[in-house]
Design a protein around this ligand. Structure first.
Ligand code: ADP
Ligand code: MG
Length: 247
């Protein structure tokens, strides 16, 4: 039985506080069944959302649509006021500046130090040297890497590498942080530390969306949980839990 504290979301939020809207969104790749099939999802500014579901259920496709790496086959997607089916190509870099993204495999630049991996994200958007020297140490301290500026990725543990990736995702102060299985390569202790950092970032106002398979973390943290199955959202609950596979 469902506990009373878990409320089903029925009402569609509206107004300025909605930062992500998907309406009847489908995405078909050239082969196979549609990866997403008529998805409706509304996320308000400042929410913390877990996206769970079996492998192949469409979670990464959802994230890639939000980044505008992919374009929907049909339906409407709006992120931070940008209509993603109409956005002009030259506007995409500016749009992405307000998104931070973290992946399972860290994707750091191997030849660069911790400091330069994070500074790079600022250099590409032409932040001044003075600001970079202020922002990079500050964000590295936030993720607990103050003593590791000069290390290269291969000298770091998986947990440390993911902290660098998180610092890089956050240094430009994005409105939204997207994470696709950020703890998939980490042990339980590091997984918790990364999740707690993301919770702290969310408490400071960033909207956070995390795809995960980590049942224990989802069940403990009591956040909104969106469950996907074969390209559709089968459940969307405030303070939800990781549903059984046969749901
Ligand atoms: P998840 O992240 O939940 O594991 P994905 O979004 O990666 O799911 O995949 C959803 C479905 O789309 C799967 O059936 C997958 O095989 C298919 N798919 C994903 N990417 C591609 C692609 N580039 N080309 C063709 N099919 C793809
Ligand atoms: Mg995936």
């Amino acid at each position: 039985m469902r506990s009373e504290s878990r409320k089903r979301r029925k009402t569609k939020p509206s107004g300025d506080d909605v930062i992500i809207s998907l309406e009847n969104v489908s995405k078909a790749y050239s082969t196979g069944a549609p990866a997403l099939n008529g998805v409706d999802l509304h996320i308000k500014r400042g929410e913390f959302v877990f996206v769970v579901g079996d492998s192949g259920s469409g979670k990464s496709t959802l994230i890639r649509l939000l980044l505008r790496e992919l374009v929907a086959t049909s339906g409407y997607i709006n992120v931070m006021g940008y209509d993603l089916s109409r956005i002009r190509h030259r506007k995409i870099p500016k749009f992405r500046r307000n998104l931070g993204i973290v992946f399972q495999d860290f994707r750091l630049l191997k030849e660069l130090t911790v400091y330069d991996n994070v500074a790079f994200a600022q250099r590409v958007i032409q932040v001044s040297g003075k600001e970079i020297r202020r922002n990079v140490p500050s964000i590295l301290a936030t993720v607990g890497l103050a003593g590791k500026y000069k290390a290269k990725p291969r000298q770091l543990s998986g947990g440390e590498q993911q902290r660098v990736a998180l610092a890089r995702a956050l240094v430009n102060r994005p409105s939204i942080l997207l994470a696709d299985e950020p703890t998939g390569n980490l042990d339980p202790k590091n997984s918790w530390e990364i999740m707690k950092l993301m919770e702290k970032i969310n408490e400071n106002g960033t909207t956070v969306i995390i795809v995960t398979h980590n049942r224990e973390i989802v069940n403990t943290m009591q956040k909104r949980v969106v469950t996907m199955k074969r390209g559709v959202i089968v459940s969307d609950e405030e303070r939800g839990v990781y549903l059984d596979e046969d749901y």
